[in-house]
Structures are given as C-alpha cells and as structure tokens.
Design a protein around this ligand. Sequence first.
Ligand SMILES: Cc1ncc(C[n+]2csc(CCOP(=O)(O)OP(=O)(O)O)c2C)c(N)n1
Length: 939
Amino acid sequence: MDYEPLLPTAEDSAGPSWAREDWPLAASDELTLSLDASGIVLPPKSAKAAPATALAAAPDADAVRKAAQDSIAAQLLIRTYRVRGHLAANLDPLGLTKRDLPADLTPEYHGFGPNDLDRPVVIGGALGLDTTTIRELVAILRANYCGNVGLEYMHINDVEERRFLQERIEGRDKEIQFSELGKKAILNKLIEAEQFEKFLGRKYVGTKRFGLDGGEAMIPAMESIIKIGGGTGIREIVFGMPHRGRLNMLGNVMQKPFRVIFHEFSGGSANPDDVGGSGDVKYHLGTSTDREFDGNKVHLSLAPNPSHLEAVDPVVLGKVRAQQTVREDGDRNQVMPVLLHGDAAFAGQGIVAECFGFSGITGYNTGGTIHFVVNNQVGFTTSPQFARSSPYPSDVAKIVQAPIFHVNGDDPEAVTFATKVATEFRQRFKRDVVIDMWCYRRFGHNESDEPSFTQPLMYAAIAKHPPVSEIYAKRLRSEGVIDDSWYQANIDQFVARLEGDFEAAPGYKANKADWFEGRWSGLGKPKEELSGRRAAITGVAAGELRTIGKTLTTVPEGFAVHRTLARILDAKAATLDAGENIDWATAEALAFGTLLTDGYGVRLSGQDSGRGTFSQRHSVWVSQQDGSRYTPLKSVGPGFEVLDSPLSEFGVLGFEYGYALADPKTLVLWEAQFGDFVNGAQTIIDQFIASGEAKWLRANGLVMLLPHGYEGQGPEHSSARLERFLQLCAEDNMQVVNATTPSNYFHVLRRQMLRDFRKPLIMMTPKSLLRHKRAVSTLADMDAGTSFHRCLDDIGGIPDERVRRLVLCSGKVYYDLLEARDKASRDDVYLLRVEQLYPFPADVIADYAKRFTALEEVVWCQEEPRNAGAWHFVARPLEDTLGRRAVYAGRASAAATATGLMKRHNAEQAKLIAEALGAAPSEVRAAIRGGLKSTQNAG
Ligand SMILES: Cc1ncc(C[n+]2csc(CCOP(=O)(O)OP(=O)(O)O)c2C)c(N)n1
C-alpha cells in the first residue's frame, strides 16, 4: 500500500480487525441501521433516540444544527466505506498493486477537519454504536472494510442479504478469531499444500504440475467450505476447477492417494490397463471421496475437465442440479456447487457469465455456487491490465448481484473467514457468492516456463517473498500457539508420508475403474460389437400408447386452451384413434410418455422447447384466460420437465451434459433452436460429448436434437453440420442418427434408456418433415415387439430383381427422391435410407446389396454440399461394404452451408435429385430450369 494509515490507533496498528469465529453477533451487537433497496439509509426499527450525552451539553440551536450536520456527514462516511472501502483493502501480498486511498474515504472529504475528530457524534446505532468520535469511527470502518478482506456488497438489492453481510463484518471488535485448534488446522493444511508442491518439484524436476505455490491458502479455504457446509446441511459438493493447484486439491482435499498421483507422474494410469480409452493428463482428472467434519459426512466429487478454461462450469452445475433432483433436495440445501477459477479465465471466458445467468432460473438454478478465484495476478504471461477492463477479475459476478469477498492470500485466517461467511451466505440465501483470493504464482505458468521475460518486477518481488506457511507459522509462534518443534514435526511427518507413498507408487495396481457404480450400477460398456444390432425392443402395446395419447389430447375441465391448439389436439386425437398418420411431435410425446410410465425421468431443455420452435410440440399449454400453464406429460409421470432455456448454447448444452452424467435414468435432451447454432457449443461437443468417455471413463446418454434440412432458409437455418459430428465419431463414442419417420424417432429415443449402456445420441431432427404428409407412422410401427431400424426400406414395393440403381441417402432428401422417382415412374431405382450413420450399419447395407442381383450403380445422395453432409464419412465404408465406389449426387462444395436465394436453392435441389435418379443431362438441365423458375420452397 502506498498511502499512510489514517489516524493510527492502537487497534489499527494491531492490524486488521474482523469478525469473531463464533459469530453470529450477540443480540446486543445487532445493527440498528437498515438500508432500503435503493441503498438509502433508513432509520433503524429499534433505533434509540439520540443520546442525551451528545446534545444535552449543547442545547442551543447552533449546537443542535452542528450535531445534526455531524451525524449526517458521519452516516455518509459510513456509507462510503460500505460501498468503496474495498478499494483501500490490503489485498496484494506482494504489495505491488497501486491502490491509492480514495479521497472519499477520508474524514476531510466529509467535512471533518483535524479539530473535529474527537468530538462526540451521534450515529444512531450504526456499527452498534449510538455515539462515537470520527477518529474512532474511521478506525472501525478501516478495520472492517480496508483490512485483509475487502467486501463488495452494496450492489445487492436485497436488504436482508446486505444486513446479513454487514452483521458479519461491521462494528467494533470484529476480529477474526480462530481457536488454537483452528489455527493449527489451517497451518497444517498450508504445510501440506506447500510441501506437496515442493515434493513434486524435487522428485519430478521440470514436470508440469501447475503448482499452487503462492496460492496455498486455497487448501484450508476448501476445507472450511466443506466443514461449514457440512454443518449447515450440505451432504454433497461438486467441485469444478482448472489446472492451477489441481493436483494439490486432488491429494490434499479430495484424498486421492498420493501414490496414485505419483504413479501417474511416472506415466501410469489410475485405472486398470484393460479398461481402454485414451486417458488424460493427470491435472485434468477428477475423483470423488467422502469427508467428515464435526460428525457431518460430505460426499465430494471433482469433475474431470479439459484444458478449455471454465468449460466445466456448466457441467458441474448440471451435475449438481441432477443430484439435487435425485436426492429430492428441493430447497437445494444438501448439494452445492463450488467452482474454482483463475483470474484471467474468470474475467475473460464468456461461459462464466452464462453460468451466472443460470443461477436464478427455474430449471437451472442450483441454489447458489461458491466461486473461488485463485487470483495470482497473471494469466500465463499476461498482466491484469491487458486481461480485463475491470479493477477486479470478479466484476462479472455483479450481473447477479453476488457478494464478492476480496481477500489477501497471505492471510490464511482472512481467507478461511471469507469462505466461512460465503458458505453461510450461500446456505442462507441460496445465491452465488465469490471469493477473490489475491495471491501470486511463485514459478512460471508451469514449472519449466520462465516468468521473468515478461514479469521482471513481480518475479523479483516473489523471489524475496516468504511462503505463506512461513508467514503464518511466524504469526502463530508470536501468538504462542505453536513452537519451532511443532512446525518442523508437522512438516517432517507429512513429507515422510509423501516419501512412503512415493516408494509405494511403482507397485500401484488399479483393481477396477469406478465408472459404473452408484446410480450407474447395472450399466456398462456395450456387450455387442460396434457393428452389431444393439437393439432394444422399444415397441409398446398400442393400447398403452392410446392411453398416453388420451392424456396428451385431453384438455382439463375449465382450461382455456388456444383455439388453434384445440384444433391441433382434436386432429391428434383422431390420428391416435385411427392408429395412423402419427406425426413427429406425437411420436416424440409418446416416447416421453412411455419412458415416464417405465419409471424414467425425461428432461428436455432448449430455446422455446416447450411450444417448439416450429410450433410443433405444444408440450406446455398456456391458458388464454389467465396465462396459467399445463403440461400434459406431467400427468403421465412427475419426472417430466420441459424447459425454455436461456438463449445460450455453450452453457445450456454443458449443463445438460452434466445432468446426464449424474443421472443415467433420466432421458436428458438438449434441443438447438436451429441446428446451425450448435457450433456455439463446440467446446462441449469436442471436449466432453465426443471424447469424455475415452478420456475420463464417464459414459453419458445425452440426446442432442438438431433441426437440420435444406429448405431454402439460407446459410444459417439449414445445417446442423452433420459432417462435424461424423468426423468426431470413432471408438464407439456416440451415435449419429438422421431419421425419416416418426416411429423410428420414437424408437431411438426409447432405445436410449432401455439398453444397458449409455452413449450420446446426436439427432438431426426435421423441420418441414414435421408436417410432411408422407413422413408419418402408424401405431403398429410402434406396437409391442417393434424396434429401431438402422436402415429403412424403400416403400415403393419395387421387386429386388428389377433394381439397377441403389440410391442411399439419409434424412429429409429421401422424400424429395421418393416424389421424383414416383413422378418419373422409375421401377429400377431403390431408395435405401441410412437412418443411423454412426455406428455405421455396414452389415445392413451389405444385406440389402446382396438382394439386388441386377445392380449397376450405387449412388450416395445428399442435399448438403459435397464438403459437408455424410459423403466424406460414408464414401469409404460404402466402397468397403459394396465392393464398388458410390457415385456422388449432391450440392457442389461450398463455403457457406447453403444459399440464401430461394430460386438457387430450388435449382440446386432439382439438380441433385435428377442426378441421383440417373436422369439424362438434358433432363437435369430441364430440372434446373424448372427450379430456377420456382420461388416456392421445393425442399
Ligand atoms: C479457453 C482457453 N484458452 C486458452 C488456454 C491456454 N491457457 C492455459 S492457462 C492460461 C492462463 C490462465 O490464467 P488464469 O486464469 O489467471 O489462471 P492461472 O494459470 O494464472 O492460475 C491460458 C491462457 C486455455 N487453457 N483455455
């Protein structure tokens, strides 16, 4: 700090004073000032009248006036400290950050000169005082707001929340006081944190570990969250964190055996060798454990994560939400998310804001997250002034009015205190809270990186700076809490334990992987081959389907359903009665309803998913009279939720992936508004959905519904980028389906739950087919004994021996081909629909090809451009399967996914259909001319 302490007092020179460990305040300490939502100081409910002492001595008008002026100015001074005191807090352990004392925190600014400091001033109960002097007031405020903790909370609207925080920090004698036992526990955790890093540094010289050195106070802080959380009802915490200090967290908080960590340092795996997968670097791995404090057992899990900073945040939140549902923790008191962050990532990554945005939303709220920022004041080589536009890395948290504790990481008691109050706040108000721990990074970004190229001054200061454990041990020695031998014995004991584990590490052998336990027990890896049938009998007796259909089409007595919806429901009821012309939305609802009656949960989330972007789903009805909502599927089973999500892809998809991680017994679906928007969530797709099982042995049954199809709606409403998903397919990691019938959709959704394994399902879903006359199914197609088909027959009844041209396709283009083929009365063309693209159904295709003895040509037809769609994915397997190369019929390669011009779209579509059917060049030209004339949507 480069300013002189104000008005030094005995209390000031003794260092910052803070709240006592045994909070809450005694009744007599209660604050009597309150603030309304606008932050205006209101008279306290129980405020005593201004004490006679201040005024009695000066009964004349001038004195009364002066006393009133003093009181008003003193109140403003108090308020200024509450709002801005944190700006003068002592936060930087290195003392390098220039934090000038704001002028409005001085008494002079509020009109108090040197001669006014010792006059009694009435403050009406603020800070627990009726009367004080300005000298004393400033000393208290400085101790409360400008010590080693700075609190930002005056941006919070809620009076109760502000009062709660004020009560914990404001007033005379608010010193942080830990018992001797508590102090020793804190020091012991610091010793463990520090010695663990040093040990790794000695044994694995130059190996990356992203050490916590400089930020060791994070470890006792985490312990404090678990302890206080456990005492307030928490039974489970899901942690998400980046690389920094992760190994330390794994060993010292999550109790991952050190010998396993050392085994990994030597290139080994924590899992048995035969379990498969790619494995991941040791500082991305997760684990789980049970800890007990004060007799309270808390289950802890640390989610595995990729390098992509903050990407795990929504995954953790989704996991927590699922666990809260599974535990029936409706008030969200038992399961809590804790997210740790680096300062640069917290300020820079947009997903952080998306996650804050979830905190108050039905369907995504997790009852508040504790955010802990390891603010080492540098991001790789980048200094804060280049990394953010705000004074702190934590300003993003203000979008939800979260309180923010800034705390000096060299004062572990202050850090522990802040986490304690933060945990209490979360538990009391079920809202997000942030702890921004200022610290430093003793070495480079990793242990072989040279930091002084870019941070010479900081690293010169760090070289001279003692570790936090030494600073704290010195303090405890001076307080008489420990002596040298205690300190050294604790270090020796811990290092000896590490040595023992180090010796044992080479002999470590994993028994079994932990991925099919708890709620996952009974599930496992698929037993059938990748190319095999892997079916489940997903059909349901027509009678049962009709019963569910009845609920789906019955309007409750007195509910004012929209007129058009009433007509839709009548039509739907008629199709169900007839058992014919079942459309997509009905098939989907029947799949959901039957899963609910089977005892599974169903959670569908996406933008406007309740009604459906294309007005097709109507899973939530809104009363036209009073706006109330009715969700028919909830009457089928309480485990149904359909959510109109926030307008986010990255965050919401991550959340749903996390939900599905925790609950394999709920069909979790995320729906993109149009498939095109899915690339906003690319990190979740690449880093979690496609590769999570291979890296971390965590299966996942998430379904992605991606509206896809070329209908002339332009470059951003046509393609869900099927090709990108197919490129990611390998090692049986997920399933990609582009179904053409409602019944196949019904089956694939049910199959997702009814098999004894879970794999993500990527579904290209229809837009125009939602109302296409031929894209309908019968109840018989879904009746008992039926199941999903990986390929679907030609419905034209063409005799096998006449087939000379086999046209394979997937998705909507089938119906265009069908129409054109029928119009041309071609009986030599067989249209084979590949409904599931991955795992590729080579066996089924081979069986079909065998039937066609007169076959001359095989064609792959797609409506996507040549550099997109399935072509590059299927070309080689088709050749391998059929022994001949397929001819391509589709759009030319293109930079934009689709044209925005309807005429051009129609011409392109007509051309590719004509080519697929083997039309003569003149016929193709005619088709193009026909397409160019048409402004109607032909696709
Ligand atoms: C999304 C993303 N972009 C870039 C990187 C590369 N990267 C790894 S660590 C790091 C700096 C992170 O700084 P900070 O968040 O302050 O954490 P620290 O390493 O200082 O603890 C960067 C840029 C990454 N891992 N993730």
